[in-house]
Design a protein around this ligand. Structure first.
Ligand code: AMP
Length: 396
């Protein structure tokens, strides 16, 4: 999975309009205030480099799911304001992303400023991957840089269509993300340990299948662990079990045996009688869960066992919480795994989504070697999928 794409240094940026796909899909509170600017910060190296080399950055991003209509609460102006603070240069947030008016505003933007186009998903053509819309977007630039790793699994006009219209390259964030996953998936330092959690095993089966060809050990937690335990004939009580997935899970366990991959499953649990935050946690020692209880977190023995395995790893990749970490009483397992990953001296990667939220909650994000900015995109990389937004940048 080497990045076979042009890089920023391969493009002559001076005085050129450089259209950059960024991922500024940042969380906001009800009043529209940004609650997390990680994705904006992650795009700064590329934007700074374009400015330093005399290029004129024209940024575009999606935000939320406006479904092809203008939705006032999904405008990118707040992201533009935050970007201006972080960069210390003027950022012009425009009211649209295509058309002659937009183009005129780009042409008249002061030297050294940054233009931020309006949410590309205000036009249905973006998600539809419409070629005419891609051409209209491309008219805003002379060169294209894709730095939106978080959208690289989408065959959308602003991701793939524009790359077909303009000389294109990968941005610094895109390079960094690909390098991190490549370090895990291609010739990793061993032992390589993968930790998978999250709600449903069905969402992760393809990841499991791909990782079984690569890892030395697979640690399973979260809701998905109960379907795996059930497939091994263990009683799981009222836990989340996907009965229609048992055969696929059995096939995966068989594959693991053949490949001599160690699959670690919960040895004990923190349970509750019902799925509610107010429920009292009940410790269950041993694999089997009584009929009236459901597993909502891994227990202390499991935490210890998993942490020991992570501590001895040279490469670790983690995706998905070990329990219902949103509820304090069922957070301990995810916390213990987060601490173990943060404390591991090997190369550690956390792939997007809830496990990132968990490590941030612990204040340990800076102890992990790479935290991905893309949940869906990183999951697809772990599945072994070639992401369309990366494939389209390949040098012919
Ligand atoms: P995912 O989106 O697949 O990564 O799943 C994350 C969600 O899984 C989180 O919202 C967790 O609360 C939930 N989850 C984790 N463990 C369990 C469990 N044992 N039972 C039910 N849901 C769980």
């Amino acid at each position: 999975m080497k990045l076979n794409a042009r890089r920023i240094e391969d493009l002559d940026l001076k005085n050129r309009r450089v259209l950059v796909r960024v991922d500024f899909n940042c969380p906001q509170d009800d009043s529209g205030r940004l609650t997390d600017d990680t994705r904006i910060r992650a795009a700064l190296p590329t934007i700074r480099e374009i400015l330093a080399r005399g290029g004129r950055p024209v940024l575009m991003s999606h935000l939320g799911r406006p479904k092809g209509k203008v939705v006032e609460s999904m405008r990118l102006a707040p992201m533009g304001a935050r970007l201006a603070e972080l960069l210390g240069v003027q950022v012009l947030a425009l009211k649209d992303c295509i058309g002659t008016e937009v183009r005129a505003q780009i042409d008249h933007a002061p030297a050294g400023s940054v233009v931020l186009l309006e949410n590309v998903r205000f036009h249905a053509g973006d998600e539809a991957g419409d070629a005419a819309f891609a051409k209209a977007l491309a008219a805003n630039g002379e060169l294209f840089i894709n730095d939106a790793f978080g959208a690289a699994h989408r065959d959308h006009a602003s991701v793939c269509g524009v790359a077909r219209e303009l000389p294109a390259a990968a941005g610094r964030l895109m390079e960094k993300e690909i390098a991190a996953f490549s370090r895990v998936l291609d010739n990793p330092a061993r032992p390589l340990v993968a930790i998978l959690g999250g709600a449903k095993v069905s969402d992760k089966l393809q990841v499991v299948d791909n990782l079984l060809d690569k890892v030395d050990a697979l640690l399973v937690g979260g809701g998905m662990a109960y379907t795996v335990l059930a497939a091994r004939g263990v009683s799981t009580g009222k836990s989340l079990v996907q009965a229609d997935q048992l055969a696929s899970v059995q096939a995966a366990l068989e594959k693991a045996k053949q490949r001599k991959v160690e699959v670690l499953l919960p040895l004990d649990h923190v349970c509750a009688a019902n799925f509610a935050e107010s429920e009292a946690p009940v410790a269950v020692d041993g694999e089997a869960i009584p009929a009236h209880l459901m597993g909502l977190d891994i227990g202390p023995k499991t935490r210890q066992r998993y942490a020991a395995c992570i501590g001895g790893a040279k490469t670790v990749v983690w995706n998905g919480p070990m329990g219902v970490f949103e509820w304090p009483a069922f957070r301990g397992g995810t916390e213990a795994i987060g601490r173990a990953v943060a404390g591991c001296a090997g190369y550690t990667v956390i792939g997007g989504g809830d496990s990132v939220a968990a490590i941030e909650l612990l204040g340990l994000a800076d102890k992990v070697k790479h935290i991905s900015t893309g949940g869906g995109a990183s999951l697809e990389l772990l599945e072994g999928t070639l992401l369309p937004g990366i494939a389209v940048l390949a040098k012919s």
